[in-house]
Design a protein around this ligand. Sequence first.
Ligand code: SAM
Length: 271
Amino acid sequence: MVVATPIGNLGDLSSRAVAALRGADVIVCEDTRRTRALLSHAGVTGKRLVALPAPREASGVAQLVAWLGEGKTVALVSDAGTPAVSDPGARLVSAATCEGYRVEAVPGPSALLAALVVSGLATDRFCFEGFLPRKGAERRARLTSVAAEERTTVLYEAPPRVAATLADLAGACGAGRAVVVARELTKRHEEVWRGSLGEAAALAAAAEPRGEHVIVLAGGPSTEPVDDDRLDTALRQHMSAGMSARDAARVVAEKLAVGRRRAYEAALRLR
Ligand code: SAM
């Protein structure tokens, strides 16, 4: 069972997640102290916890398959959110399925989906980049592909690297690209900031961002011809992300390569 756990608000632990944890013979986690605290909040006691942090995940595969072979029920959790998404778990799931065992999901909190759905950016098609490579050619190549991506892109980032990542994204995508920075989701100090990459990078450079962050980036220019529906959708996205009609028209005109006058008139109609 792949069991999602809260990303900051314990109220998000589902009753099905509690039942899965209570029913498990073994709970595989990243950090036993963290998971023990969650279990104690849920009133689940006497469980066998085995820590398998990311660097050791591969070495746990044989043990997992052995447990499953003995008929044990194994629950997999991570420190927060959905396991196997920028967290350990994918290898274990792959090994279990290759051996023919059934793997069930107990869905729940996920920072990427929480940020996406409050972003106000397009959700009909999106892609998830996780953490960008930290440096060098790999990072530059990924930034180039993110800049060319037409779908909304969701990225994770650690607090001390948020400023550098926003600055690099502004360099790669242009300072005018709309972005939403979602911070401390589900927690007391939750904040969802909307604006352009240039503004976001400047704010982050001025004061080091604190807490957990998800960056949700509007898609880049498309190569398809731009009909009125597409123009209106892009304008709505930018205006609902907090931009004025004039700014949205400027950004969208550039993004979709349409005339500024056409974009501005459409933005005024939508306002
Ligand atoms: N598997 C987890 C999930 O899907 O929710 C994510 C684990 S990943 C190691 C941790 C990253 O998720 C953080 O660096 C941050 O980008 C994001 N994150 C986790 N909790 C968050 C929260 N409460 N608010 C905003 N971002 C969060």
